[in-house]
Design a protein around this ligand. Structure first.
Ligand code: DC
Length: 229
């Protein structure tokens, strides 16, 4: 059967990556978390003093772009890909509230997006890929055979992120997380370059009241429908 490209876009913390990873594992596709790539660039900025209280030193960051290498490596224990920044596994470091609080500003920079989109197209060149992000169906792979736009209520998304962070032992509170999610959605949807929007041919999935198992089943059915013909 010919392999297809699956684009999963949508709001922050609505479980896109969980459903995308599960489907990838089930059908033997490569999963690429493009949010992790923007998070890794943000972590690099924080580690190298390129983000201060005054903002991002964009001139300096431009000079550093070719020193930033982002790769994914399958973790044999979790069965899911981990993100590596310049050869170091940063899977946990890129998920902290510190990175979450800055990533939307980094992801709004045109030269950062150009570099990440080039890399994403290269990674998805051979098809058989599930990519999740904000602009996959609109910009990265506008010809993807299956496009999903995922959303859920703000409160439910905040609760899911809160549970995820507390499970990892990170101290956090609901109000901060809810504010961060709303602020990221605002910046992602209103930025000048590749704002978050549903592609005209994307199918909407509101998973506010769905379990992970139900989402998985729904997504698998969409994949089977598209590949059946
Ligand atoms: O999916 P996430 O929360 O890990 O994404 C982190 C940030 O990166 C989020 O603020 C939106 C941005 N992003 C983007 O602009 N384009 C993508 N393709 C993926 C993520």
């Amino acid at each position: 059967m010919n392999k297809i490209t699956i684009a999963i876009d949508g709001h922050s913390s609505c479980g896109k990556s969980t459903m995308a990873k599960d489907l990838a594992r089930e059908i033997g596709y490569v999963y690429i978390d493009t949010g992790a790539m923007y998070r890794a660039v943000t972590l690099y900025c924080l580690q190298n003093g390129l983000i201060t209280d005054e903002g991002i030193d964009t001139n300096e960051l431009k000079k550093h772009m070719d020193k930033i290498s982002i790769t994914f490596l399958l973790n044999p224990v979790t069965g899911r890909p981990d993100t590596y920044l310049n050869g170091v596994c940063v899977e946990d470091k890129i998920r902290t509230l510190e990175v979450s609080g800055k990533v939307s500003y980094v992801a709004a920079l045109d030269f950062v997006r150009e570099a990440m989109v080039d890399l994403q197209r290269l990674m998805g060149e051979a098809k058989g890929v599930i990519m999740d992000g904000r602009d996959i169906g609109t910009v990265v792979f506008p010809n993807a055979e299956l496009k999903i736009f995922v959303t859920a209520s703000d409160e439910i998304r905040a609760k899911r992120r809160y549970d995820e962070l507390t499970a990892k032992g990170e101290k956090c509170n609901m109000e901060d997380i809810l504010a961060n999610i709303r602020e990221r959605d605002r910046i992602d949807s209103t930025r000048a370059v590749s704002p978050l929007r549903k592609a005209d041919d994307a199918i909407i999935l509101d998973n506010s009241n769905m379990s992970i198992a139900e989402q998985k089943e729904w997504l698998l059915a969409q994949y089977q429908r598209v590949t059946a013909g």
